[in-house]
Design a protein around this ligand. Structure first.
Ligand code: G4P
Ligand code: NA
Ligand code: NA
Length: 191
């Protein structure tokens, strides 16, 4: 998505070897008009899939996920994060390891909001090592629901997540695909 790539070039900041800070439009302050256009991009790509529900993880996935839900006219469910969680039969629970923060968290979704007849599109803000997507995929399997595809705002193609998803042959659309950071500059994949 050209608009997103230009926004990343204009407002993104590269931190260290592999982190892109996009606080001014995605991860802290949010640009609603851009989010809406991204929701429409996800819709255009996945409109012929029988999507009944959008899943994401709190907190930064929620804004793009809600705009995708608006475009598809389906509900949006965000998994909640917990440091620890006691046994609860009302929840689907999965582990998510963060390589960035070197901590493991559990995520959960209430069984009320995901069923075996659901066809799910996962939306998230970043794809790095793919652990958030793996946790959501685990929960979708627990529910016996169907994973139709994955929509990502910013993919760092040089990390593990993209390959993990391709190996499972799950349809994926990333609106911006970053090939590398070179001297503090963002280099995008070219089609
Ligand atoms: P993974 O899910 O792809 O494995 O991600 P990883 O463990 O590497 O990253 C953990 C957190 O850091 C996630 O957010 C993820 O979205 C975010 N993240 C990963 N790479 C970048 C990056 O280059 N820039 C920014 N800004 N974030 C990155 P989270 O902990 O779930 O937090 P939240 O922001 O959704 O609340
Ligand atoms: Na994040
Ligand atoms: Na996220």
């Amino acid at each position: 998505m050209k608009e997103l790539e230009e926004r990343i070039q204009k407002d993104g900041r590269v931190l260290g070897a592999d982190v892109l800070k996009v606080d001014s439009f995605l991860n802290h302050q949010v640009d609603p008009a851009l989010m809406q256009r991204m929701g429409q991009e996800f819709y255009q790509y996945f409109q012929n899939y029988p999507i009944t529900k959008i899943l994401t993880v709190e907190s930064s996935g929620i804004a793009p996920a809600v705009m995708a839900g608006l475009a598809f006219q389906v509900p949006v469910v965000f998994a909640r994060k917990h440091k620890s969680i006691t046994m609860n039969n009302d929840l689907y629970v999965a582990d998510v390891y963060s390589f960035t923060k070197k901590t493991s968290n559990k995520i959960s979704i209430s069984k009320k909001f995901l069923a075996a007849d659901d066809h799910v599109l996962i939306i998230d803000d970043f794809l790095a090592n793919g652990q958030a997507v793996a946790g959501l995929t685990d929960i979708i399997q627990q529910a016996g629901a169907n994973l139709e595809g994955i929509g990502i705002v910013i993919e760092k193609s040089f990390q593990k997540g993209r390959k993990l998803i391709e190996e499972q042959q799950i349809p994926i659309l990333s609106l911006a695909r970053i090939k590398a950071f070179v001297d503090g500059q963002v280099v995008f994949e070219t089609e």
